[in-house]
Design a protein. Sequence first.
Length: 77
Amino acid sequence: MASGGIEVAVNAHRERGAANDGEADLNLVYTRMSDAPGSKGIGAIVVPRDAPGVSFGAQEKLMGCRGIPSADIVFAR
């Protein structure tokens, strides 16, 4: 993690596929960070590809976006 960063525990098993997951060095994951209603409870975290407990599912076979790899991020419990 970058200097000055904070450590976050992700309480999820899978994050549905997003563009370049598994290919990019850093992946952006949107998640519910609090019980605040609506979008106020949602935040984003940056997950390094080589972070402990992080792996990636098989690449999705998309109809229109074949040039952009997409896969699930899998978090170990």
